[in-house]
Design a protein around this ligand. Structure first.
Ligand code: ATP
Ligand code: MG
Length: 386
C-alpha cells in the first residue's frame, strides 16, 4: 500500500490515431515540471500515477502538477493490489463525518462485483465505523472515490483537485506572444499555451523613456508564466527610434496605429526566424482605441501570419479573474510605464482608414526603421522555476 497521486486527463481522449503522441508529450511535460522533485511516474490506461515522493513534498508537487496543461484533475490516493477484501479493509480505516457517498469506478471488468453493488457495500462499511456519517448520493460533503483500474491496482481517495486543463504544451506549434507589462498579454500567453502552444515572448521597450524597472517587470511576468509555459524564450527589441520617427514625421493621432503596425512587422520577422507560426496579443475588442475592429484590421493587414487574440471577447473583469488565478495580476499592476504610453496622442484615431494610415506611413522609411529596430534584438531564456 502506498500514497500516490492519481492524475486524470480529459481532452486527449478525443484524439484518435495520434493520441499516443499527446500522451507521451504529457508524460514528458509532467517529468519536466517535477524535475526538481524525487518521484516516479507511471502511465496506466487512462491515468498517470505519481509515486515514490517524500510525503512532506506532496503539497508542492500537487501545486506544480495542477499547472501542467493537459491534466484535468488529480486525487491524492492510497494504492493497493485489487481484491474486494483489500478494498474493504482500506475502507474500514476511513474516518469521516457528515454526508458522504462512495463512487466506484470499475475500469477493470474482471473485478467480480458490479460498481453500484460494491459502492453500497463499502458505504455500509464506512457507516458502521463512523456514527456521525450519513449517506447522501446527490450532495455529499465527501466523495470516497474507489478507482479499480485495469492494471490490477485500486486507488482510493477523497479529494478531487482541479488542474488547469487544456492540451499539453508543445503539441500545437509555436506562437510569439507580444508581452507588454499589462494585465492582458500574460493572460493571452497563458491561454494559448493552454491550447498546447509553445510560447516565446517579445517585448518592445523604449529605453531611456522607459526604465530598467519596466523591463524587469516583463522579466518577472515571463518568469511567472514559466509555471504554465515551461521554459520561455524572451526577446527584447528597442522601439525608441521607431517612436521618435513617428513622432517627428507623422500626424500624432496615428501614433498608436502606426506603432502597432510596425510592432506586427517586427513580430512577423522574429516569428519567421524562430519558427513561430502565429503572433499572440492580449487585445480585446473595443477595450481601447487601438482595439476597435478597424484598428485590428489595420495592424493585421501588414502581416502574412495568423494573429491569435485569445482575449478578443473577454471583458476586463474576466481577464482580471484569470490574471489573479495565474498570479500575474499584482505584478501587472505595478505602475511602471509601457512604451505605448510614452508618446500617447491626445486624440488617437479610433477607426483608422487603411488609405489614411498608408498616407501617414509613406512619410517614414518603414523598411529602414524595421531593419534598425530588428538589429537591437536580444534574447534571454527563462527556465521553469523551481
Ligand atoms: P496589456 O494589458 O496586455 O498591456 P493593454 O490593454 O494595455 O494590454 P495595449 O497597450 O493596447 O493593450 O496593447 C495591446 C496588445 O499589444 C498587448 O496585449 C500586447 O500583446 C501588445 N503590446 C502592447 N505593448 C507592447 C509592448 N511594449 N511590447 C510587446 N507587446 C506589446
Ligand atoms: Mg499595454
Amino acid at each position: 500500500m502506498e500514497q500516490v497521486l492519481l492524475l486524470r486527463y480529459s481532452e486527449i481522449h478525443l484524439k484518435g490515431a495520434n493520441r499516443g503522441y499527446f500522451e507521451r508529450t504529457l508524460m514528458h511535460n509532467i517529468k519536466y515540471w517535477l524535475k526538481d522533485e524525487q518521484f516516479m511516474l507511471q502511465h496506466i490506461p487512462g491515468r498517470y500515477v505519481v509515486s515514490g515522493y517524500p510525503i512532506e513534498r506532496e503539497n508542492e508537487i500537487i501545486d506544480k502538477l495542477t499547472k501542467v496543461f493537459g491534466l484535468h484533475t488529480l486525487t491524492p490516493a492510497v494504492c493497493l493490489e485489487t481484491s474486494p477484501e483489500a478494498i474493504i479493509a482500506e475502507c474500514e480505516k476511513i474516518r469521516l463525518d457528515g454526508k458522504f457517498r462512495v463512487t466506484v469506478n470499475r475500469a477493470s471488468k474482471i473485478f467480480p462485483i458490479h460498481a453500484i453493488d460494491f459502492a453500497g457495500q463499502l458505504g455500509g462499511v464506512i457507516l458502521k465505523n463512523n456514527p456521525d456519517a450519513e449517506v447522501d448520493l446527490t450532495n455529499p460533503q465527501t466523495n470516497v472515490l474507489v478507482d479499480i483500474r485495469e492494471n490490477g491496482y485500486t486507488y482510493i481517495g477523497t479529494r478531487v483537485i482541479l488542474c488547469h486543463g487544456g492540451m499539453p504544451v508543445s503539441t500545437a506549434g509555436k506562437g510569439l506572444l507580444l508581452l507588454s507589462g499589462g494585465i492582458d498579454s500574460p493572460v493571452a500567453g497563458y491561454s494559448m499555451a493552454k491550447r498546447g502552444m509553445t510560447v516565446s515572448a517579445l517585448h518592445f521597450h523604449s529605453f531611456p523613456y522607459t526604465s530598467e524597472l519596466a523591463k524587469q517587470k516583463v522579466i518577472d511576468l515571463a518568469t511567472k508564466l514559466t509555471n504554465f509555459l515551461g521554459d520561455v524564450d524572451l526577446y527584447f527589441i528597442s522601439f525608441t527610434k521607431v517612436q521618435e520617427a513617428i513622432h517627428r514625421n507623422c500626424n500624432n493621432n496615428y501614433m498608436i496605429t502606426i506603432m502597432r503596425r510596425i510592432m506586427m512587422r517586427l513580430a512577423e520577422r522574429l516569428s519567421k526566424d524562430i519558427g513561430a507560426g502565429a503572433i499572440i496579443t492580449g487585445e480585446s475588442l473595443g477595450q481601447v482605441a487601438s482595439q476597435t475592429l478597424e484598428s485590428i484590421t489595420s495592424s493585421s493587414a501588414v502581416v502574412d501570419i495568423p494573429v491569435f487574440r485569445p482575449l478578443i471577447s473577454f471583458d476586463k473583469v474576466d481577464i482580471i479573474d484569470v490574471a489573479r488565478k495565474i498570479d500575474t495580476f499584482d505584478l501587472s499592476s505595478l505602475p511602471y510605464e509601457d512604451c505605448c504610453t510614452v508618446f500617447l496622442p491626445k486624440n488617437p484615431i479610433i477607426k483608422p482608414k487603411l488609405e489614411n494610415v498608408a498616407r501617414e506611413e509613406a512619410k517614414l522609411d518603414i523598411d529602414a526603421l524595421v531593419d534598425e529596430a530588428y538589429s537591437t534584438l536580444t534574447k534571454m531564456t527563462i527556465k521553469l522555476q523551481k
